[in-house]
Design a protein around this ligand. Structure first.
Ligand SMILES: Nc1ncnc2c1ncn2[C@@H]1O[C@H](COP(=O)(O)OP(=O)(O)O)[C@@H](O)[C@H]1O
Ligand SMILES: O=C(O)[C@@H](CO)OP(=O)(O)O
Length: 376
């Protein structure tokens, strides 16, 4: 029997690869000769670096960069040496969870550190980038990141504008004259977690500003400044398109990548499925196993396990999923290609108990063992 596992992390409980190995253990109890390929799965958000590093022979790097409020932070990212690819989650350098509630203020928070991480990876030889954007504390239109890469966003006195969205209002000139030369050789696959445009009612300031600490007045100001920044950018950088879906992800980081680098904005799941070449593994398999921490109606609307199921159905493969918890509306997953799904919990325990790493791995292995008995 040939099985492929591509299970999303059970957030706070098991990584993607741990879940895969647990399922493999359960399968091997029933069929010691089963060929189980454990593959990483992630959606471009939290856990993506970890999954791709573990599943693609990558290595983990740590670099000290400027945090969202200007203080130093250590950002973890991954390098996959064979393809000189860096895997970065921007939230590691400009994340909302890095800023305590009372200090959240997008006028001040910057993406500068994200640019420093990219620069570090460039210095280590990377020219391909997978960057997950989202979960950010920022609304600076990606200007901080671009400044770290050598772009100059100058005010009327010819000085770099201040960090944070407050700097946007002073930009009178944008120049690429000092950009680090290697940037021209770099290609970015940007995993956007949302499809908002840069400005307007559905723009980043209105929709994600409040969670970053913006008041209604700040939202109005920032929306207007971002609009003016996009207009100015367009004069010299023809790729600028503030209406393009995803430009409003992470406070305008989508716009920054699209306009000033060689980037494509994509869904994180597609990037991960493609980069991990999951299709090649699925083609060959008798059974595909996926899953995530909690399956519900949202899972069916295009989350990672459903991405896996779609690929599997292209080849008519059976798909089963394991989850920590399963909501009633998860039934919609059956129409989305998951033939059957199973919660792994064995009895009534506290959520804390259930989510303990060792318990979760054992529960998943034990459940996989029972399900696989049917397939033998
Ligand atoms: N081992 C586990 N046993 C039971 N429930 C779990 C387990 N691991 C995760 N969960 C549930 O899944 C939730 C996380 O869901 P998950 O699908 O991993 O993340 P998200 O929905 O953010 O993508 C947890 O809050 C918890 O309710
Ligand atoms: O960083 C942000 O601005 C938003 C949208 O990209 O992220 P999240 O979806 O995590 O709130």
């Amino acid at each position: 029997m040939k099985v492929v596992t591509a299970i999303d992390s059970f957030k706070g409980s098991m990584t993607s690869m741990e879940a895969g190995f647990a399922a493999a253990e359960g399968i091997h109890r029933v069929d010691a000769d089963a060929e189980v390929q454990v593959r990483p799965l992630a959606d471009g958000g939290e856990g993506t670096v970890e999954a791709l590093v573990a599943g693609m022979n990558g290595k983990t790097e740590h670099v000290k960069v400027t945090g969202p409020l200007g203080e130093p932070v250590i950002c973890e990212y991954g390098i996959i040496e064979s393809t000189k690819t860096a895997v970065i989650e921007m939230a590691g350098a400009a994340g909302i969870t890095q800023v305590p509630d009372e200090k959240r203020n997008p006028l001040y928070t910057t993406t500068y550190g994200v640019g420093e991480v990219i620069k570090d990876a460039i210095e280590k030889g990377c020219r391909r980038f997978i960057v997950g954007i989202g979960g950010s504390a920022t609304n600076d239109g990606g200007v901080g990141m671009l400044q770290a890469l050598g772009y100059a966003f100058l005010d009327k006195d010819g000085k770099q504008v201040l960090p944070g969205a407050r700097g946007l209002k002073d930009i009178t000139e944008i120049t690429a004259a000092y950009v680090i030369p290697e940037l021209a050789e770099c290609k970015f696959r940007v995993a956007c977690d949302v499809t908002n445009p840069l400005c307007g009612e559905l723009g980043c300031s209105s929709i994600y500003g409040p969670q970053k600490g913006a008041t209604p007045e700040m939202i109005q100001d920032m929306d207007q400044w971002l609009g003016a920044y996009a207009e100015l950018a367009k004069e010299r950088f023809p790729k600028a398109d503030a209406k393009y879906p995803g430009t409003g992800a992470a406070g305008g980081m989508g716009f920054a990548f699209l306009t000033f680098t060689d980037a494509v904005l994509e869904s994180g799941i597609n990037i991960v499925l493609d980069e991990t070449k999951l299709e090649d593994y699925i083609k060959d398999a008798d059974l595909v196993i996926t899953g995530e921490g909690r399956m519900d109606g949202q899972t069916a609307m295009g989350k990672a396990p459903v991405g896996v199921a779609k690929l599997a159905k292209k080849y008519g493969k059976k798909v089963i999923a394991f989850a920590g918890a399963v909501q009633r509306d998860a039934r919609a997953c059956n129409d989305a290609g998951i033939d059957a799904f199973f919660p792994i919990l064995r009895g009534v325990v506290t959520l804390d108990e259930a989510m303990k790493n060792e318990n979760a791995k054992q529960n998943l292995a034990d459940t996989a063992e029972q399900v696989i008995r049917l397939m033998k």
